[in-house]
Design a protein around this ligand. Structure first.
Ligand SMILES: [Zn+2]
Length: 295
C-alpha cells in the first residue's frame, strides 16, 4: 500500500518502543489459535495472568545497553518461554493445562520476524479503496509510541485498550497509530482493526476538502459508519483473530461512545459535558434505519 513501515522513524528510544510493540504483535499472531483461551476460560488462572502480563509489558534491552538494534523478538520469545517453563515446572497443571502450555511454547518457537500492524494497515487501505474508488488517497502511516494511556485510565485492568490513532491531513494524509508501549496486550492489539478502520474510512477521505476538525457529534456519526464497515470487513482484516477482534472492537466502540467531551466552567462551577459522541452515532443509525424502511 506504500505505507511507511511502522517504527522506522523517530529517535532511538521511541524506535525501541515501537520495535518492542512489533515483537508483541508477532507473538500474538503466532498464538492466534490460543489467545481466546488465554484471555477467556484461563484468564482467571494465575498461570495465564503471568503469561499475559509478560506479553503485555514486552521486552527491552538493558537500560544502558549500547546495542542500537537489539533483537527484541528473540528476547521476548526467550522471556515467555522461560515463563512457560516455570509454569510447567511449578504449577499443579492437569493434563489439559500441560497440553495447553506445551502448545503455547511450540507456537512461540514458530514466531518469525514480520510486521503484522503494517500488513493490517495495508488490508484496511485496500478495503477503503474499494469504497472510495478513484477518490481514495493512500495515506502514509506509522506506529508511534505513546507515553500515557489514551483515556488517562488509572488501571490497565479497567481499560486495557491502550491504542488510539489520529490522522494528520497536512501536507498529506498521514495515519498515526499510537500505542502505550509499556502496556500493549491482547485487548489493545485486537482493537486495532476497528481503530484503523475508523481513521481510514472517516478521516483520511476528508483530505481533499480540507474539512475542519470534527466535533464529537461528527465523531459519533463517523463512528457508526466506520463500525459498520469494520463489522463487515472484520473476517478479512484479521482472519486469524476474527472473533476476538470483533468483540474487542465492539467493546472499545462502546467505551468511546461514553467519552467525555470536555470540561466547561459555568458561573464559577465546572460541569462535565458528556457524550455528544453517542447522539451522533445514534443519529447515523436512525438515518440508516429510515433509509432501509423506505426502500
Ligand atoms: Zn475520529
Amino acid at each position: 500500500m506504500g505505507a511507511q513501515l511502522p517504527g522506522r522513524r523517530g529517535d532511538g528510544a521511541s524506535t525501541l518502543q515501537v520495535e518492542s510493540i512489533r515483537a508483541r504483535t508477532i507473538v500474538m499472531e503466532a498464538w492466534s489459535d490460543r489467545l481466546a483461551a488465554l484471555t477467556g476460560e484461563r484468564r482467571r488462572q494465575p498461570e495465564s495472568k503471568a503469561v499475559l502480563n509478560a506479553l503485555q509489558f514486552g521486552s527491552y534491552p538493558p537500560r544502558h545497553s549500547a546495542d542500537l538494534r537489539p533483537d527484541l523478538l528473540a528476547k521476548l520469545k526467550h522471556t515467555l518461554a522461560r515463563q512457560i517453563d516455570l509454569i510447567v515446572e511449578t504449577a499443579a497443571l492437569d493434563e489439559s493445562g500441560l497440553r495447553f502450555y506445551g502448545s503455547l511454547k511450540r507456537d512461540l518457537a514458530k514466531a518469525v520476524p514480520g510486521d503484522p500492524i503494517g500488513e493490517l494497515l495495508g488490508r484496511v487501505s485496500d478495503k477503503a479503496r474499494s469504497v472510495y474508488g478513484q477518490d481514495w488517497i493512500v495515506p502514509e502511516s506509522e506506529v508511534v509510541y505513546l507515553g500515557r494511556h489514551p483515556r488517562a485510565s488509572h488501571t490497565i485492568d479497567g481499560d486495557p485498550y491502550t491504542a488510539t490513532a489520529e490522522t494528520d491531513l497536512e501536507p498529506r494524509p498521514q495515519v498515526k497509530v499510537r500505542i502505550l508501549g509499556t502496556h500493549f496486550g491482547v485487548e489493545a492489539y485486537c482493537s486495532l482493526p476497528m481503530i484503523i478502520t475508523h481513521e481510514f474510512v472517516s478521516h483520511v477521505p476528508s483530505y481533499p476538502r480540507r474539512n475542519s476538525q470534527p466535533g464529537l457529534f461528527n465523531e459519533g456519526f463517523m463512528d457508526w459508519a466506520s463500525l459498520t464497515f469494520f463489522r463487515h470487513w472484520c473476517h478479512e482484516l484479521s482472519p486469524t483473530l476474527n472473533s476476538l477482534v470483533l468483540s474487542h472492537g465492539d467493546e472499545l466502540h462502546r467505551r468511546l461512545l461514553h467519552e467525555v467531551e470536555d470540561w466547561r466552567g459555568i458561573r464559577g462551577t465546572t460541569v462535565m459535558v458528556r457524550c455528544r459522541r453517542r447522539p451522533g452515532c445514534r443519529s447515523a443509525g436512525s438515518c440508516a434505519s429510515a433509509r432501509d424502511a423506505s426502500c
